[in-house]
Design a protein around this ligand. Sequence first.
Ligand code: BG6
Length: 492
Amino acid sequence: MSYKVGQKDNFKPFNLVIFGGTGDLAFRKIYPALYNRFINGESTVEFSIMVVHRKEMKETFFHDSLSSALKESTAEFYDEDKYKEFLKHFVLIRIANHSLGGYNLLAKEINKNNNRHSIYYYSTPSNVFGEISSLLKDLNLINENSKVVVEKPLGHDLASSIEINNTILSAFKESQIYRIDHYLGKETVQNLMVLRFANNLFERAWNSENIDNVQITVAESLGVEARAGYYDKSGALRDMVQNHILQLLCLVAMEPPVSLDANNVRDEKLKVLKALRLLTSESIITDTVKGQYTRGRINKSEVNSYLEDLGKYDSGTETFVAIKAFVDNWRWKNVPFYLRTGKRMAKRYSDIVINFKPVKHDIFPAKEKMPGNQLIIRLQPEERIELVQMTKIPGPGGYRYKPISLKLDYMDSFNERFPEAYERLIIDVIRGNQTLFMRHDELSAAWKWTESIFRSWQATQMKNELYMAGSWGPGSKLMDKNTDWFNDASIK
Ligand code: BG6
């Protein structure tokens, strides 16, 4: 028996207009996601994908790039006939330097089918959002059914994020704006909502009475790749913590929403963000660590240092960050949330670990203190949930016990292909469901807290600790025995 909520409603004919349609994100994420939903039979309505590009480009070149991107990302699900069908939905539109001529071509294409609603996907740097929005508005290409999808980074601090928001809000209403955070589209992340709010067992224990600390880790073995220019202006804090990690924290810490309605969920996440304790020039020293990778080895291959990747002699940008955060509210009083992320770590590995307090009175006295239960929600590389509990080791002669994991392996339990985060999110945009997208006030609250960190780093001139690529990051005060970095010995 399975229980369904909100299935396949509101699927109406659409035009998806992708600005930056020949960019890396479009080929790696957006088109594969659309193709997968297409072959899954989801896109039964009429639709066009309008690829807006700046440079001159032959149609055949685009087709070749698209088919190789799809082959690479969809592997065994690639089907040449279906690809050809899919391709029929594409229209290429060149708009060089925001020329009016180009926008008129787009308008003509959109106006061909006025039964469709338009979704504008801004997969471009945010400094052109304003210009695109006002041209679309001037040409009457925005109506109450239109939507806009925007990608991060949405600003580099609170003021710039408000400015970007205002440019979008000059053309669209908040209810039409979809700010993507692809972590919210991951299956295990959504499962966190079901785990918490559909299982009485956990919700009862989900508070400072029972939980000792929470650890959220996103470790990547990749470096900055071709994005060094962007990354050097951003760093791990803005690139990963301000958005993805804070969203995970919100889902762990929020109160049960009244319903799954988008605004109810977002109201609860906002309360968490507002309750985050701001860092000061005192707490920044004890409660954060920042680091940068030096040369090292990953999977037996030599890899460059960050500075070599960047091609510079000097940079203060952090590629690793660890933060001890507090949510100052009734439920989470004094429970530390350890947030960590880094590039060029030993492995790609992400999880959320809920460390429960040990039993109040231990009747099995052993040399070591009895540890508490752990709930491990693994996001990467495999999606899995584990509940670590104390178990007696069989045999006579007193009690010997050890922690054993009850494992729910998603792959084993659900023998089907796992949709990529973007599949879920793009389909939600088409259906008009904003639950998994950030509202402007969430974004501002996230920036306010993030700003307290980088401002305090600046004020105290805190330096990066260097760590070797292929290690688990700088050994530090935030990684002592009680806050063990990695909880699963198998990954060490
Ligand atoms: C992106 C960051 O938002 O998320 C990248 O800009 C990072 O730096 C990526 O590598 C991680 O996403 P995932 O889904 O691979 O964990």
